[in-house]
Design a protein around this ligand. Structure first.
Ligand SMILES: Nc1ncnc2c1ncn2[C@@H]1O[C@H](COP(=O)(O)OP(=O)(O)OP(=O)(O)O)[C@@H](O)[C@H]1O
Ligand SMILES: [Mg+2]
Length: 247
């Protein structure tokens, strides 16, 4: 069986006159941990949103396990791809456990989903996810009353319940202090490794990219500047990637 899980082929995306991604191609294999780095505005979030099927490309194709992403319905795609966005998409007024169980919504009928908001079903499933991320004791709390780092863990627990093969994360630790950021990243990468998941995350810290990812893709002006195993990354590539001169 092929190890390829994601194939991005000649993807272009423009916003008005701004060319955000320009004929970008990328193949990701199962179990890889890919860090997307690059200056602000280089297209990292746009690329993740395209893979997560939140926006559509102007041209090009995306294949998930060999099948075009357009051929998946929402439920089927949620089994393959899960995403943590920077704003986490949690419902602040709901309890922690209900936010975690929202990871299951794609599996349930609409009515069952609504009922679960009142009486949490599959409680054990949610609790075991919360245990994994270390905040099991908070399950009845209102999510808005948790700290930023704890909310990040709720989003991770929801992802564990969703259990997709491919995890996309857009700056998953940008709002955390360094100790908690390392904690969340190490949790994320150990879960990914144990369960043979594929991880693609945008990240501003080159240090974290080096520490927690196996492959690093440098984006600049909507193009791939380099794509290499993390241990091969040198100061030279970084200087070119982040330099302020045009071209
Ligand atoms: N919805 C939108 N409407 C118009 N322009 C957009 C939109 N989304 C992104 N862009 C533009 O596309 C370019 C790339 O944006 P993107 O958010 O992908 O960058 P990024 O690499 O994630 O940056 P950052 O590191 O700051 O998060 C930017 O020039 C941005 O202004
Ligand atoms: Mg971004």
């Amino acid at each position: 069986m092929s190890r390829e899980v994601l194939r991005i082929e000649n993807i272009s995306k423009n916003y008005g006159k701004i060319e955000t991604l320009s004929s970008l191609s990328l193949v990701v294999e199962r179990g890889e941990m890919v860090a997307l780095i690059g200056p602000s505005g280089s297209g990292k979030s746009t690329l993740l949103n395209l893979i997560g099927h939140l926006i559509a490309a102007d041209s090009g194709n995306i294949y998930v396990e060999g099948k075009s992403i357009d051929e998946f319905n929402n439920r089927a795609l949620a089994k393959k791809i899960g995403m943590v966005r920077q704003n986490l998409d949690l419902v602040p007024q709901l309890s922690v456990i209900n936010n975690v169980l929202a990871g299951k919504l794609s599996d349930w009928s609409f009515i069952k989903s609504l009922v679960s908001l009142v009486f949490p079903m599959e409680k054990e499933l949610a609790l075991s996810a919360l245990r994994k991320v270390g905040i099991e004791d908070k399950y009845t709390q209102q999510t808005s009353k948790l700290s930023g780092g704890e909310q990040q863990r709720v989003a991770l627990a929801r992802l564990l319940v969703q259990n997709p093969d491919i995890v996309l994360a857009d700056e998953p630790v940008s709002s955390l202090d360094p100790a908690r950021a390392e904690d969340v990243l190490s949790l994320m990468s150990s879960i990914a490794r144990e369960e043979n998941k594929t991880l693609v995350a945008s990240i501003h810290s080159v240090e974290y990219a080096r520490k927690f990812f196996t492959r690093v893709v440098g984006l600049r002006n909507g193009r791939i500047e380099f794509d290499m195993p993390t241990e091969k990354l040198t100061e030279r590539e970084l200087q070119i990637l982040y330099s302020l001169e045009v071209g």
